[in-house]
Write a protein that binds this ligand. Structure first.
Ligand SMILES: *Cc1c(COP(=O)(O)O)cnc(C)c1O
Length: 389
């Protein structure tokens, strides 16, 4: 086996060890192959890179800051805690990095329409935002059940000029929205790009989406060294599909840092899943005894994905990263802890990462921990008000 660098280029077959690949119907193979060639070409082109960098800087607000948490660190008994502030990006999370990259790539490929899937609506809103900015048509598929639960995000997407279409098959949630978006893409591939929202799906998506989020890992490494004089001992991120974790891990893959991806206990694909194939990739999935994909259940809609990106499956299998899980009760505590000690209300997703740090405080004493604060908590305040009442 050639020595593939950790978090490097997975090559034309898109394999991360025994995970990844392109498990799509024959009709989608040309689209995936065309996309891989277009991304490879764009990513090697200085003019594409500088156009994207300019959007990230002047539109999304990069670089995002890094905050040292004195009060939280003291409350945890002497842990050095740093936060990478993806919550301060335009649209309030890391998702903008990926959608700006893909929307710009679609433009370069001559495709004037984007389709996307969304669960809670965050990726749909981000995609609709990028489409509005670049003057592209946008259709977002969302499970019927999720549309009813997330009315506000449906309204946001429509305000941004996107068409929101219900996915009414299966459990009428995220995995069904992915199926609908893929079906649309097969039929419209001439003029349409599928803007997938995490490091999942068939090659080249897991690799491409990670590369679009690499910017946050590069910034975080530089900022850690500025603040600590060194890289942190531990890098922690929450894992749904795994894009914000892949972005920050990529900055530290060659360092001595421990990499920790935190899953919700109700949707632990690495911790509780088995190898299988879904949505075009081989990875760890939650499955029932018949091999059917099982619904994930977590307090945080953004982590309700029953699978995980194939590179995380590989990082877990190879031992480079670990994937513990935390319970909803621990997340509710952590949400309040960060709000109270630092004046930062986190999204429920990164509250999972904070919850793990809080649980591990004894073993982390005297060490430095970098947490990727993937998003802000405004969207979750109403839900928390109900829970805490
Ligand atoms: C969507 C989302 C996630 C989960 O997606 P990943 O691909 O696992 O990063 C995490 N945090 C926030 C704030 C999100 O909006």
């Amino acid at each position: 086996m050639p020595d593939v660098p950790v978090m490097g280029d997975p090559g034309p077959t898109g394999r991360f060890g025994r995970f990844g690949g392109m498990f799509v119907p024959e009709t989608l193979m040309p689209a995936c192959i065309e996309l891989e060639a277009a991304f490879r070409d764009a990513w090697g082109d200085e003019s594409f890179r500088s156009e994207l960098d300019a959007l990230l800087q002047h539109y999304a607000g990069r670089p995002s800051p890094m905050t040292r948490c004195e009060r939280l660190g003291a409350e945890l008994g002497g842990v050095t805690v740093l936060l990478k502030r993806e919550d301060l990006n335009h649209t309030g999370s890391h998702k903008i990095n990926n959608v700006l990259g893909q929307a710009l790539l679609a433009k370069r490929m001559g495709k004037r329409r984007l389709v996307a899937e969304t669960g809670a609506g965050q990726h749909g809103v981000a995609t609709a935002t990028a489409a509005a900015l670049l003057g592209q048509e946008c259709t977002v598929y969302m499970g019927e059940v999720d549309m009813a639960r997330q009315e506000l995000n449906v309204f946001r997407m429509r305000l941004l000029g996107a068409e929101v279409k219900p996915a009414s098959s299966g459990s009428r949630t995220l995995k069904d929205a992915v199926n609908e978006a893929m079906r649309d893409w097969v039929a419209t591939v001439e003029n349409t790009h599928y803007c997938l929202g995490s490091v999942m799906g068939p090659h080249p998506y897991p690799w491409m989406v990670r590369e679009f989020h690499r910017v946050l890992g590069i910034e975080a490494r530089r900022q850690s060294i500025e603040l600590l004089g060194d890289v942190p001992d531990v890098v922690v991120a929450c894992v749904g599909g795994g894009s914000n974790a892949a972005g920050i891990f990529s900055g530290f893959a060659d360092d001595r840092c421990e990499l920790v991806g935190v899953e919700p206990a109700g949707g632990a694909a690495v911790g509780g899943g088995v190898p299988g194939i879904v949505h075009g990739m081989q990875s760890f999935l939650k499955q029932d005894e018949f091999g059917q994909v099982e619904e994930a259940a977590s307090i945080s809609a953004g982590l309700d994905y029953p699978g995980v990106g194939p590179e995380h499956a590989h990082l877990a299998a190879s031992g480079r990263a670990t994937y513990p899980s935390v319970t909803d009760a621990e997340v509710i505590e952590a949400f309040q802890l960060l709000s109270r000690t630092e004046g930062i209300i986190p999204a429920l997703e990164p509250a999972h990462a904070i919850a793990w740090v809080s649980r591990e405080r004894a073993s982390l004493r005297g060490r430095s921990v970098l947490v990727n604060l993937s998003g802000r908590g405004d969207k979750d305040v109403a839900q928390m008000m109900e829970i805490l009442r």
